[in-house]
Design a protein around this ligand. Structure first.
Ligand SMILES: Cc1ncc(COP(=O)(O)O)c(C=O)c1O
Length: 380
């Protein structure tokens, strides 16, 4: 039998490769984006309590009611947007599922989707599996801003959607009010949808505001806004996310979601609904990670790495051009084996392998881990 791959270019993700190399070599793993500290024990107790109380069967397709109501209240409080929990919110199995469902619901064969690179690695395979055509614009270097003139030039009636991600993985940049004005102009010129990946919405620094699409009615009316509990509650392994969109878009989104996963983990949804009642947990997340960013910056200051600005997410880019001119994929591997620190080479986030001689480091780690990693980086 001849097996024709639907994704011939796709291999094992760099996250799996680098995490395995870190494990095999005993290196400090600052590559994949997950915390090495534990979940709030209250959340574990809540999941246990809901399991013990018998909430173990299928959740409703769109998510448990109390969680959707909690999300609607939070959205109104944070972004001033009134969303109907019954017709505008869908709970998913991680943001990854939400992204796939959004792209599948919107993109017809042959339609273009604007992807701004470097881009999270699930976007393009999802577009390709739907026979859409990814069209790439590159963030400017070295300040990693969206080149709106280029985006405007490259979009037109053929463009079905643009994928926006702020705070941005892997660069740590965030949208500002000028970006929002440019985005308004883009949608005024082109009748396109916005898929807005806001999984790091609470991890934003230096008193900056998160410009959610939900704040702006003319953007929200054509947006599928996606977020993830995994980033907010240090529970990346629990894989619960959600999508907020206008009713018409939610209807199409749910047509895909109900046949992709149907519903997501029931007791965990109930536990998140309970913990949402403690807003301080997500409101303090920015300062929690800002302290880790600043600690890491201080620790690597004596090294030959040059940090790029990081205004959100738990990733920071370090420029290594003073150390070597090796390609980032080679240097990432050598650094892991020889110096004992694993990081992600960002060239993998570009379709053409753009390589600016920087590496992405995850600082969602215990202070001790960051100290250990930085001591090794200072020896390079
Ligand atoms: C930008 C971005 N979007 C989506 C995801 C996926 O989130 P989840 O783990 O909830 O599927 C991640 C996870 O790293 C991410 O960094």
């Amino acid at each position: 039998m001849k097996l024709e791959s639907k994704l011939p270019e796709v291999g094992i993700t760099i996250f799996t490769i680098m995490s395995k190399l870190a494990a095999d070599t005993g290196a400090v793993n600052l590559s994949q984006g997950f915390p090495d500290f534990d979940v709030d024990p209250r959340l574990i107790e809540l999941v246990n309590a809901h399991m013990t109380a018998g909430r173990n069967q299928y959740a409703p397709m769109q998510g448990v009611e109390s969680l959707r109501h909690g999300l609607a209240a939070k959205t109104e409080k944070l972004y001033g947007a009134v969303v109907d929990p019954d017709t505008q919110i869908t709970v998913t199995s991680g943001a990854t599922e939400a992204l796939y469902s959004a792209i599948t619901a919107l993109v017809h064969p042959g339609q273009e989707v604007m992807v701004i690179e470097p881009a999270f690695d699930s976007y393009v395979p999802a577009i390709l599996l739907n026979q859409g055509i990814p069209v790439f614009s590159r963030l400017t270097w070295p300040d990693y801003r969206i080149d709106w003139d280029q985006v405007l030039d490259m979009t037109g009636p053929q463009t079905r959607a643009v994928i926006i991600n702020s705070p941005h993985n892997p660069t740590g940049t965030v949208l500002d009010s000028q970006d929002i004005e440019a985005l308004k102009l883009l949608v005024a010129r082109n009748d396109l949808f916005i898929i807005s990946d806001e999984v790091y919405e609470h991890i934003i620094f230096d008193d900056l505001a998160h410009h959610s699409m939900l704040r702006y009615p003319e953007l929200a009316e054509r947006s599928m806004v996606i977020s993830s509990f995994g980033k907010t509650y240090h529970t990346t392994g629990w894989k619960i996310g959600y999508c907020i969109a206008p009713p018409q878009l939610t209807k199409e989104f749910q047509k895909v979601h109900q046949f992709l996963t149907f519903a997501s983990n029931t007791p965990i949804q109930y536990a998140y609904a309970d913990i949402l009642q403690k807003p301080e947990l997500y409101l303090e997340l920015g300062s929690f990670y800002q302290r880790k960013r600043d600690l890491f910056l201080e620790l690597v200051a004596p090294s030959r790495f040059k940090p790029l600005p990081c205004r959100g997410t738990y990733f920071i880019m370090l420029d290594y051009s003073e150390i070597t001119s090796e390609p980032d994929t080679d240097f990432a591997r050598r650094m892991t084996r020889q110096y004992g620190v694993a990081a992600i080479p960002p060239s993998v986030f570009y379709h053409d392998g753009t390589d600016n001689r920087v590496l992405r480091f995850c600082f969602a780690k215990k202070d001790q881990t960051l100290k250990e990693a930085a001591a090794k980086l200072c020896k390079i």
